[in-house]
Design a protein around this ligand. Structure first.
Ligand code: BGC
Length: 746
């Protein structure tokens, strides 16, 4: 029992231990520092201010660039124009400081990978890293040297449209995959011509928008901020991310863009981040409607003082810094520090030495290996949620009715934030099914033109096709535009008349496979009852159709796992696996469904526990969940010790057995609960995972490790500690893992 904890034994995790972990992508630092200082000494105030300004688009700025009044451009991807602008900066401006060209390369450039939430469902850091490497190779071939990704906002609310861009609800999974993304974008060395600077965004807490409504207020208790929302950002710093973006949101009354505590105390002082911070689009002047600044001048002052080095799109810096210095509201050192950070990254990126893209290296897109990687990512991202009577896989000799508004939509399968995505590259389900099953075996009818269609004109043809088939594959979901920035939804059912169409199709008596392409978890609980199998395909990107055909035909065995909890109904949100227990946790034995409650039942007869009388307390599908065409069994769980000391490593060993007769991948997951804390602790937390391939009937001995120091949390005194005491650990294929053991930390 861990009823008493000795504070004297508390290990304070050294947040400053970053130095040994930062990767060496920005080595030669003293040489760079010297160059930065030399340049800074030569700069006029106007030129310094210029470095802090980012403007939109590649035209209309020539003269300002020539005068050194622009440090960065976003949203230009024409290599010739980028070279032209760079030439003005490097050869025609007084000091020849190159501009840095930025673009939202979020889940691919021309070759589009699954939306980040889909990539998170792969639980495969190498593959995710490969995805951002491909994106960097394509984007850098246009002259883009900086992406606004990864987005590592913890997202516990499926209504929030930007959950699509996130890596889900879990701090550990997001940390691991976010770090992988940073490494992929930035490559082995930042000054390589195919490297682009990553940007960890949106710092911080943006995903906690109240009610899932974008840009909304957030209220994140300081401990939750530390333990849930900040760890992925710390991991991004450790992975070498060279830029950060401040968020639109306020946290407890302080807009993220004016938040000195986050941007300076935590990011700079604690984490020793020495890259630069860009505002989000207009987030500086949006501190005016927030009621945090009276005008653009005050907004600029507050943002700079907080630690925002570059302003995106708006001009409060350009218009006000000189006056703010003059009036003493800003010190010149505030400006020098911002400019230093920006110049440092420009030097590290090699922009001073190699500012141009050689003609023969321009526009390197969609190479076969890029498409192959995108297909692999899409395949591993798809999550099999249900498969009754082995409806899947479908033998390729069968007649398949392919129905639905997402079955042949080259654009819609790409998802949100695909400014440069090339729809002509898309392989749709229809194209891929024709190939896999043979055109004569594929009976296609969209049934609805788009996911939001509200009439039933297309139903008749769809039902006819279904009648002629052996099995129906309904490909629905939501169009790309229904998720992403500012596209929050209050009702997250399948839109339009999709549910009606599915029910009509099911009436044919044919087995029905529901495939959902969406940017978020949708509330598909009820409609899934009309389906024999369900595949959650997210917005799977360029190669989505090809991946789906492989999954449906059994050429690939599904292996995706949910990176986010699926609610039964929207009223359960927020619902996430690593919740606190409460003083009255839900009790399966006393929970009675609303319609089963006896008339005039006495007030307390059904127990007083934390649940909904209509929706219960369990989700539709738990975090980490996903089926395979084979089955896996976990056994023989053991730890290398019973008692651990801080600084030690816990070795978690178990046997994983593929008990089916198909090869497959399983994502083994390890969860831990700190049973008693000096503040309350989550019921479980993911601490390790690994994707493991097994042949049919193969058994593997697996050992995963957890650092005792990674059991730390923020205690009652706001210290990061690992408390001594008893812990419970589970191993399994999702967050409901049952195989369990205990250990102690001294
Ligand atoms: C988004 C950012 C994005 C920026 C630039 C903003 O509206 O919040 O995530 O990077 O625009 O396009």
């Amino acid at each position: 029992m861990k009823s008493v904890k000795h504070l004297s034994l508390i290990i304070i995790i050294m947040l400053g231990s970053w130095a040994c972990q930062v990767n060496d992508s920005h080595d030669n630092s003293s040489e760079v520092e010297t160059k930065v200082e030399q340049l800074l000494n030569e700069m006029t105030l106007e030129e310094k201010i210029g470095q802090m300004c980012q403007v939109n688009g590649g035209y209309g700025h020539d003269e300002s660039i020539r005068k050194g009044m622009i440090g960065s451009i976003l949203n230009e991807v024409d290599p010739q124009n980028i070279n032209r602008l760079q030439k003005i900066a490097v050869e025609e401006s007084r000091l020849g400081i190159p501009i840095i060209v930025a673009r939202d390369v979020i889940h691919g450039f021309k070759t589009v990978f699954p939306i980040p939430l889909g990539q998170a469902a792969t639980w495969n850091p190498e593959l995710v890293q490969k995805g951002t490497r491909v994106a960097a190779m394509e984007a850098s071939s246009t002259g883009v040297k900086w992406t606004f990704a990864p987005m590592i906002d913890i997202s516990r609310d499926a209504r929030w449209g930007r959950i699509a861009e996130s890596l889900g609800e879990d701090p550990y999974l997001t940390s691991v995959l976010g770090a992988a993304m940073v490494k992929g974008f930035q490559g082995d060395s930042l000054n390589s011509e195919t490297s682009i600077a990553a940007c960890a965004k949106h710092f911080a807490g943006y995903g906690a928008a109240e009610g899932g409504r974008d840009y909304n207020t957030t209220s994140i208790p300081p401990r939750e901020l530390r333990d849930i929302y900040l760890p992925p950002f710390k991991a991004a710093v450790d992975a070498g991310a060279r830029t950060f973006m401040s968020g639109f949101n306020e946290i407890d009354g302080i807009p993220a863009t004016g938040n000195k505590q986050l941007l300076t105390d935590v990011l700079r002082n604690e984490w020793q981040f020495d890259g630069f911070v860009v505002s989000d689009w207009a987030s500086t002047v949006e501190m005016i409607p927030h009621g945090f600044a009276k005008d653009a001048k005050e907004a600029a002052q507050r943002a700079i003082k907080a630690g925002v080095n570059m302003e995106m799109a708006t001009t409060s810096y350009k218009d006000n810094i000189a006056a703010l210095i003059e009036e003493g509201a800003l010190e010149i050192e505030d400006i020098n520090q911002a400019v230093r950070n920006i110049l440092r990254v420009k030097f590290e990126l090699g922009l001073f030495d190699n500012p141009y893209i050689a003609e023969e290296k321009q526009n390197q897109f969609a190479k076969p290996e890029y498409l192959e990687a995108a297909k692999k990512a899409a395949t591993q991202s798809m999550v099999l949620l249900k498969n009754e009577q082995k409806t899947l896989p479908i033998n390729t000799s069968k007649k398949v009715a392919l129905i639905g508004p997402m079955a042949d939509q080259a654009y819609e399968q790409l998802g949100t934030w695909i400014f440069d995505g090339d729809t002509t590259l898309s392989v749709t389900p229809l194209q891929a099914f024709n190939e896999t099953f043979g055109q004569e075996n594929v009976l296609f009818a969209e049934g609805m033109a788009i996911s939001r269609t509200r009439h039933q004109k297309g139903f008749r043809k769809a039902i006819e096709q279904a009648r002629k088939s052996d099995v129906i594959v309904f490909c629905g979901g939501e169009e790309s535009i229904l998720s992403g920035e500012a596209h929050s939804r209050a009702n997250i059912d399948l839109p339009g008349v999709q549910n009606d169409l599915i029910k009509e199709l099911k009436k044919t008596g044919k087995p029905l496979v529901l495939v959902v392409m969406a940017g978020r978890p949708l509330t598909i609980g009820e409609i899934s009852e009309h389906a024999d199998a369900v595949v959650y395909a997210w917005h799977p990107g360029t190669m989505g159709g090809a991946a789906l055909a492989d999954i449906v035909s059994g050429k690939a065995n599904p292996s995706g796992k949910l990176p986010v909890t699926f609610p039964k109904v929207v009223g359960q949100i927020p619902i996430y696996y690593n919740h606190k227990n409460t003083g009255r946790p839900a009790n399966p034995d006393s929970w009675t469904q609303m319609y089963d409650i006896p008339v005039k039942a006495p007030q307390t007869s059904l127990g007083n526990e934390s649940h909904y009388i209509d929706a219960g307390f369990t989700p539709l599908y738990p975090f980490g969940y996903g089926l395979s065409y084979t089955s896996f069994e976990y056994s023989d769980l053991s730890l290398d010790k019973e008692v651990y000391a801080p600084g030690e490593t816990i070795e978690v060993s178990f046997a994983l057995n593929n008990v089916g007769d198909l090869a497959g991948d399983e994502v083994a997951q390890v969860y831990v609960q700190d049973l008693v804390g000096n503040v309350t602790r989550p019921v479980k937390e993911l601490k390790a995972f690994e994707r493991i391939s097994l042949d049919k009937n193969e058994e593997k001995s697996v050992t995963l490790t957890i650092e005792v120091d990674d059991l730390n949390f923020t205690n009652i005194d706001m210290e990061q500690v690992v408390e001594p005491g008893e812990f419970q650990l589970w191993v399994g294929g999702d967050s409901n893992a049952k195989l369990t053991t205990n250990f102690e930390v001294q």
